[in-house]
Design a protein around this ligand. Structure first.
Ligand code: ADP
Ligand code: ZN
Length: 432
């Protein structure tokens, strides 16, 4: 059941001792980078500033903009010839940032992923189909190395090419997949098109859903379509990539691997720590990295620590499913809206929700929101009244959730463009 029982179930005292020792090492290492070296001098900080884990709060935060401004090598903490791998973020919110790994970093990262996958039941005997983009994006190679470490047979399918994905899945009797949730839904429409039923025609029993926010309802919907168990996988390139936090078999929050990451949750406005269990922005310090360790990295991801102990016996704390990024929040007529609130409502309505898109517009007087929603094909073949009733129902449901009335446009399945990577949920035309 455990990949590394000792580490996964280490007592909180011991875990914190380990974190402190690694934090001190990390601060020593970061000092060697151009960025932190300069910063520590200016602020008179050093490894001696750390006597307890709380002392991390003496150090300033690191942001994506800091990484962009010191692109590409300003944060490396080892001589360049120690580096063996580069990756980059997806660039969802602007210019992509780059990260670097030493051989040790790759080994630690692969081990973390092996830990995640083993935790939910993947074994050496499994056939693992990795439907993530290989290359600069961390989701492909990250999982690939982890799965090989377990000893599974890896099919490096990469992203896209849906018919081939299905063919591979059937020919090689894939048992475990790694997939972006919005792509899992898209792929289900291709199964239907081919007159196949993933529940009967494939042998997949476990899926790892990662790389983009998705609701509990979306997970349940995907599990229903495929009849596999789907586990939430969270990570970001600045902290290696996937393998930062992962659901255990209880599917109630993601264990964040505290032997590798020191976790803080802050109020994104005041930048002060929030009370235990309260929602805020996740901030992390990588305490095992050599190549490019980061201190107090602001992820912009909103979550909270789930209080209490997980029945699985792991002592590493759990974070709740990510609600969205602070930069995802839309403000429309003074109301704050997260795309995930819309997804949550849509997933509750039958025949709706393989894909949706939020479009924001501005005319002379007003801002407006249109939600384009893909609905079951049958609505376009039948009575127009039925379509209108569904449209009204969706508009009402969304109004109840958002407190404003969006315009709702119903469209046929697959009419909203779907790329291979993370789903684009918002188009904002309001910029002047
Ligand atoms: P970018 O920040 O450009 O998207 P990354 O590829 O590093 O680049 O993506 C990391 C981000 O993806 C995270 O900060 C988070 O916003 C999102 N993400 C990754 N996994 C999940 C997940 N399971 N749930 C919600 N969001 C996720
Ligand atoms: Zn658990």
């Amino acid at each position: 059941m455990y990949w590394e029982k000792d580490v996964e179930t280490l007592s909180r005292n011991k875990l914190e001792e380990l974190q402190l020792a690694q934090l001190i090492q990390t601060v020593k290492r970061t000092e060697k980078s151009y960025y932190y070296g300069k910063l520590f001098k200016e602020k008179n900080l050093s490894a001696n500033s750390i006597k307890s884990l709380q002392d991390i709060q003496k150090f300033p935060f690191t942001t994506k903009d800091d990484l962009r401004e010191h692109w590409p090598y300003g944060f490396i903490a080892v001589p360049k010839d120690e580096l063996v791998r580069m990756h980059s973020s997806s660039g969802t919110t602007g210019r992509a940032t780059v990260v670097f790994h030493t051989a040790h970093d790759i080994a630690v990262w692969s081990n973390l992923l092996a830990r995640c996958m083993f935790m939910v039941g993947m074994r050496k005997s499994d056939v693992f189909q990795n439907m993530m983009t290989y290359g600069l994006f961390t989701g492909g190679l990250g999982f690939h190395y982890g799965a090989e470490k377990i000893g599974a047979l890896v099919i490096p399918a990469g992203a896209g090419n849906s018919k081939r994905q299905i063919q591979l899945m059937m020919d090689f009797e894939t048992t475990v997949v790694h997939v972006i949730p919005s792509y899992a839904l898209h792929l289900s429409t291709v199964f239907t098109e081919l007159k196949l039923d993933p529940r009967k025609d494939t042998k997949v029993k476990i899926a790892f859903l990662g790389a983009e926010p998705h609701t509990e309802k979306m997970r349940r919907k995907i599990e229903g379509i495929y009849s596999y168990k789907a586990f939430n996988s969270y990570g970001l390139s600045e902290m290696n990539g996937p393998g930062v936090a992962f659901e255990c078999p209880y599917q109630d929050g993601m264990h964040i691997w505290e032997d590798s990451f020191l976790v803080e949750i802050i109020d994104p406005k005041t930048l002060e720590p929030v009370a235990d269990g309260q929602e805020g922005e996740l901030v992390m310090t990588s305490i095992q990295k050599e190549g490019m360790p980061l201190l107090r990295y602001r992820t912009k991801d909103l979550t909270r620590i789930i209080p209490g102990i997980c029945p699985c016996g792991r002592t590493h704390r759990r974070i709740e499913r990510i609600k969205g990024r602070t930069d995802d929040m839309l403000i429309l007529k003074g109301v704050n809206i997260f795309p995930m609130q819309i997804e949550k409502k849509l997933m509750e309505i039958p025949d709706v929700g393989t894909n949706f898109l939020i479009i924001l517009d501005r005319d002379e007087f007003n801002d407006s929101m249109t939600v384009k929603v893909e609905v079951n094909k049958k609505y376009f073949a039948g009575d127009i009244k039925q379509l209108e009733n569904l449209r009204k129902k969706i508009a009402e449901e969304l109004k109840g959730e958002l407190l404003i009335t969006p315009k709702v446009d119903l469209v046929e399945p697959d009419s909203i463009p779907k790329g291979e990577g993370k789903a684009v949920r918002v188009i904002d035309n309001r910029k002047d």
